[in-house]
Design a protein around this ligand. Structure first.
Ligand SMILES: Nc1ncnc2c1ncn2[C@@H]1O[C@H](COP(=O)(O)OP(=O)(O)OP(=O)(O)O)[C@@H](O)[C@H]1O
Ligand SMILES: [Mg+2]
Length: 351
């Protein structure tokens, strides 16, 4: 049986907004699940229902086999990091971090040792004596994180805990969170709209759109086999190349172009969108699609080559040593193993 189960969870706000629509999710003990999705898709609302801070309109939350839907937050044993850090302004950083331990009745020496340990991990030792108003936004966020991670509750619930950090600090903190979570094996739900962060952290990514789960799978699978066009566009930076067309007699025929691409698997004829990650496209004189180089950009070890043709636009990754003049005629070839097809009407992946 799963450790944490969300069963047909629903949230309708009084103004009629249907924020969460029938969310079903089973999470194993020790798992780190990332809720990923664009702003307003219902991530925070879902997390707050798990925490007990918001009552579902329908559905259940089960924790360790027990129905906790009606239990207040204090009886669920969760550590929560809010999207907007809520530190106690009159307490020092050390007192803020120690607060959950104090509430749990942990003795002073043990408390101090735990605060010291988490402060060292999160690089907060020099700030322990300060009050929150004397901290930057990023520092405050790290204190919020330390306050949640000082304890080993049954669940850690983290709502965009790295929102106000710069990119380098985010990457570093992501690693720290993951290391600590793996060490303590606390079951964790982590909310973000940043797909790179999700990739870095998750055992499993749960992609949400408009209050619904559209895919729940390990990062590699979400990246390789997006369940819908929405996931294909949302995950990966740069995103998946998408070309509209038709399947005819086992080949993909792009709209508006005299060309066709052999498909690796048998698919019924019909309107589709072909998807391929930039690393699965090559510029190759024998390639199926003709186009012109619209733009080239340097990207570390790679070069991004944007190609335009009557079939649309695509981005190929080439070696940084290859150069192509803007406007040059090229042909694009697809690695058959990287080709994905989506139903044009529903957006669903055609396996
Ligand atoms: N207290 C509330 N009362 C009414 N509507 C709300 C309330 N909180 C959230 N909503 C609405 O519910 C929907 C989901 O909001 P939610 O905060 O869960 O999104 P989110 O995925 O966390 O977005 P973000 O990435 O911007 O934090 C939105 O349409 C939002 O406007
Ligand atoms: Mg939110």
């Amino acid at each position: 049986m799963s450790f944490l189960a969300l069963e047909k969870l629903e949230k309708r706000w009084p103004d009629g907004t249907h924020a969460v629509r029938g969310v079903d999710l089973a999470i194993s003990e020790g798992e780190l699940v990332v809720l990923l999705g664009p702003s307003g898709c219902g991530k925070t609302t879902t997390l707050r229902m798990v925490a007990g801070l918001e009552m579902p309109s329908a559905g259940r939350v089960r924790l360790g086999g027990a129905d906790v839907t009606a239990l207040p937050p204090s009886q669920r044993d969760v550590g929560f990091v809010f999207q907007f850090y809520a530190l106690y302004p009159h307490m020092t950083v050390a007192e803020n971090i120690a607060f959950p331990l104090e509430c749990a009745g942990v003795a002073r020496p043990e408390r101090d040792a735990a605060v010291q340990r988490v402060a060292e991990r999160l690089d907060l030792v020099a700030l322990l004596g300060r009050r929150p108003r004397a901290l930057s936004g990023g520092d405050q966020q790290r204190v919020g994180l330390a306050r949640a991670m000082v304890r080993k509750p049954r669940l850690w619930l983290m709502d965009e805990p790295l929102g106000s950090l710069d990119a380098a600090r985010r990457a570093e903190m992501c690693e720290l969170i993951r290391v600590q979570q793996l060490a303590d094996r606390v079951t964790t739900i982590y909310v973000t709209h940043d797909q790179e962060e999700a990739m870095r952290l998750a055992d499993r990514i749960v992609v949400m759109s408009q209050g619904e789960i559209v895919q729940a799978a390990p990062p590699r699978e979400v990246y390789d086999r997006p369940a819908t066009l929405f996931v294909a566009k949302f995950v990966g930076s740069p995103g998946m190349n998408l070309i509209e067309g038709d399947v005819r007699a086992g080949r993909f025929v792009p709209a508006g172009a005299h060309a066709s691409i052999a498909l690796p698997n048998a698919v019924a004829d019909g309107r589709v969108v072909l998807g391929a990650r930039p690393e699965h496209l090559r510029l190759d004189p024998a390639g199926a699609l003709r186009g012109r180089v619209a733009l080239e950009a340097h990207a570390g070890p790679w070069r991004h080559v944007h190609v335009e043709g009557p079939w649309g636009r695509a981005l190929a990754l080439t070696s940084a040593h290859e150069t192509h003049a803007t406007g040059a005629e090229v042909r694009v070839a697809f690695d058959p193993a990287g080709i994905r097809l989506f139903d044009a009407a529903s957006g669903r992946s055609l396996a």
